[in-house]
Design a protein around this ligand. Sequence first.
Ligand code: GRG
Ligand code: ZN
Length: 313
Amino acid sequence: MGELQVERHVAYILTAEKRKDDFESVVMEHLRLNGAYWGLTTLDILGKLDAVDKDEVISWVMQCQHESGGFGGNIGHDPHMLYTLSAIQVLALFDKLHVLDIDKVSSYIAGLQNEDGSFSGDMWGEVDTRFSYIAICSLALLRQLDKIDVGKAVKYIVSCKNVDGGFGCTPGAESHAGQIFCCVGALAITGSLHHVDKDLLGWWLCERQVKSGGLNGRPEKLPDVCYSWWVLSSLIMIDRVHWINKEKLAKFILDCQDKEKGGISDRPDDAVDVFHTYFGVAGLSLLEYPGLKPIDPAYALPVSVVNKVILGK
Ligand code: GRG
Ligand code: ZN
């Protein structure tokens, strides 16, 4: 299977950050702030965050902020909850949260909570448990959870729980590993994991491992490196990670590396991208692969960053 190609992945991310005119960058232009979070977090887990120009990144992040307090995916773009979380996460990585007007940003997020406790992603109103996670994670990092009705937020998430123990994007929607990460993560951050049937959900999650060792996101689907994050982080949060074969999963991730140019793809021999490079490296970090910084399964940031921001250590 070979080892993790640390230097090549670092070089791949650094060039992907700079390339502004190739195909991937053009396609990704509207979600650059989100891409920056994935790339920079990966560099930090690999111990190479100091390879980027911190002041340049922070100045660009702050230019993505809208007068409402929310952030857009790039300069001049409309604000959305997702990019607001990415901005907070990037600033947290650099220990620069103090440059934010905390009250303004947290009011933007709190203003997107609906009467039933759910959250909309932006002013256009789409509701999804992804946005519940994003709001709760963002406000916890800003230490502003008291700006929302946490009880109602938890109640809404619990209303999205299914008979298989999993969670969907809205009440009654099918369980999906990505939504499970969001719901379990939000419940973990708010100290509400007692609402999860850990054995039932753990069973559903460990059944996501297929013959090759990779994980899929739903029954009968193909394995994909991104589920090494969505599924594995959820299993860790509910203390059931020993229910999968960790060695086989590590081998699947390592088999998805581009060993020459760097980067990790969704499946062996597919094209690499920054997102799956993050999911692969973060997955290996959750598997305690040697030499990687540990990542927090709920906040999706290095444990050292979470300790500093949340615990002040
Ligand atoms: C900070 C980690 C972090 C997340 C921010 C955006 C977000 C919050 C969470 C997204 C959660 C989610 C729904 C992930 C799933 C993404 C995905 C691979 C969707 C594709 O689903 P399918 O079932 O695809 O159509 P496959 O290929 O698995 O069949
Ligand atoms: Zn994927």
